[in-house]
Design a protein around this ligand. Structure first.
Ligand code: FDA
Length: 319
C-alpha cells in the first residue's frame, strides 16, 4: 500500500516540487546518489574500485519529453564513457531507454543507443539497458535484440522477477547468449502482469537465478565475435536470495567469477565488502545527476522505515 503510494508520487509533478524542495529529503537522497556532477560519480567509482568493487554508472533521467533532451542525455553517456576510459576505472554504464527517447520516437532512441554502443565497442566497455515499467518491457527487449542482431555484443539487459513473463524472456535471451541482470522490479505494476505478493516475487527470483546460472554454465565461455559471455548478474540486497544463488552456483559447479552480485550505491555496503572478501565479483550501481527524484522515490518505496519518515515530514509541513 505505502509502496504503491510512493511509486505513484514518483510520477507526480506536485510531489516532485514539494519533496525536492526540502533540505531533509535532499540530504536523504545523498545516501543513494553519488552527486550531481560527473566528477562526483568518478570519485565514488574510484573509491569502490580501490575496495575491489566494480561499478556501473547511471546518469539519472527518464521519460524524456523533448528530442533535444534525449540527445543531450546520450552525449552525457558518451562523455562519461570517455572519462571512464581516461581514468582507467573498472566501470561500465547503465542506460534507460526512455531517457534516450523510447517513448518519443523509437528511431531516435535506436540512433542514440547505437551511438553509445559504437563507443562502448571502440573502448571495450559494456552497456546495460535498465528495465523500466511493464509498458516498456517489450519495446526495451526488442531494442536489445535489434542491437544484438546488428552485431553489438557489448550490451546487456535487465529482467524483473516480479513479472510473470520473465521466465520466457530469460529463455529467449539465453538462446541468444543474452547477458542479463536479474532484479526484483521497482515499479508499480498491476496483478495482471506481476506477482503482487513479495513471497511470490522472492520465490520467482530464486527460480530465475537458477535458470540464468544454468544458462551460464552451458554457454560457451570464450568470447566469440566480440560477444561477451552471458555472465548473469544477481542484483539484490536480499540475504536469502544471495545465499540461494551462492548455494545453487556451488551445486552446479559454476565458478565464482562466472557471475556477479550487484547492489545499489548506499545500500548494504557491509554485504558488498563481505562478498568481495569471499572471492565473489560485486558491482555497485552508482547513479548521479540532477534528475534524482523518481530514482530516490523508488528507493524510499522499498523501505517502510524511510516511507514513514517522509510521510511525517510531508503532513507536518503541508498542514
Ligand atoms: P528487498 O526489497 O526485499 O530488500 C532486501 C533488503 O535490502 C531489505 O531488507 C533492506 O535491508 C535492503 N534494502 C533494499 N532496498 C533498500 C532501500 N531502498 N533502502 C535501504 N535498504 C534497502 N529495478 C528495476 O525495475 N529495473 C532495473 O533496471 C533495476 N536495476 C537494478 C540494478 C541493481 C544493481 C540493483 C541492486 C537493483 C536494481 N533494481 C532495478 C531495483 C530492484 O528491482 C529492487 O527494487 C531493489 O533492488 C530492492 O529489492 P531487493 O532485491 O534488494 O530486495
Amino acid at each position: 500500500m505505502l509502496r504503491s503510494i510512493f511509486l505513484r508520487l514518483s510520477k507526480s509533478n506536485w510531489a516532485y516540487r514539494r519533496i525536492t524542495g526540502w533540505s531533509v529529503t535532499r540530504r536523504m537522497a545523498a545516501r543513494f546518489i553519488a552527486g550531481e556532477q560527473a566528477e562526483d560519480a568518478i570519485r565514488v567509482v574510484r573509491k569502490l574500485n580501490d575496495q575491489g568493487i566494480l561499478a556501473t554508472l547511471d546518469h539519472l533521467g527518464e521519460n524524456t519529453t523533448q528530442p533535444e533532451d534525449a540527445r543531450l542525455a546520450t552525449q552525457e553517456v558518451l562523455s562519461m564513457m570517455r572519462l571512464i576510459a581516461e581514468e582507467g576505472l573498472r566501470c561500465n554504464v547503465s542506460v534507460k531507454l526512455s531517457q534516450l527517447g523510447l517513448t518519443l520516437d523509437e528511431e531516435l532512441c535506436a540512433e542514440n543507443l547505437e551511438a553509445i554502443l559504437n563507443l562502448a565497442q571502440e573502448l571495450g566497455n559494456f552497456v546495460r539497458i535498465d528495465m523500466e515499467d511493464s509498458g516498456l518491457t517489450e519495446r526495451t527487449l526488442q531494442c536489445y535484440f535489434h542491437a544484438r542482431e546488428k552485431g553489438y555484443g557489448c550490451v546487456g539487459v535487465v529482467i524483473q522477477a516480479y513479472l510473470y513473463r520473465s521466465k520466457e524472456d530469460i529463455h529467449q535471451l539465453s538462446i541468444r547468449q543474452g547477458r542479463v541482470r536479474l532484479c526484483k522490479g521497482a515499479y508499480n505494476e498491476p496483478a495482471s502482469v506481476a506477482y503482487p505478493k513479495k513471497k511470490d516475487v522472492d520465490a520467482n527470483y530464486d527460480r530465475l537465478a537458477a535458470q540464468l546460472m544454468d544458462c551460464a554454465l552451458t554457454a560457451t565461455l570464450p568470447i566469440v565475435n566480440g560477444i561477451t559471455p552471458p555472465i548473469p548478474a544477481i542484483a539484490t540486497h536480499d540475504p536469502q536470495r544471495i545465499t540461494f544463488a551462492q548455494k545453487y552456483a556451488e551445486s552446479i559447479h559454476l565458478p565464482r567469477n562466472a557471475f556477479e552480485f550487484q547492489m545499489l550505491y548506499g545500500i548494504r555496503r557491509d554485504l558488498q565488502t563481505r562478498l568481495v572478501s569471499q572471492g565473489y565479483s560485486v558491482r555497485v550501481y552508482v547513479p548521479y545527476g540532477t534528475h534524482w527524484y523518481p530514482y530516490f522515490m523508488r528507493r524510499l518505496a522499498e523501505r517502510p522505515a524511510n516511507v514513514w519518515f517522509i510521510l511525517t515530514q510531508f503532513f507536518q509541513r503541508g498542514s
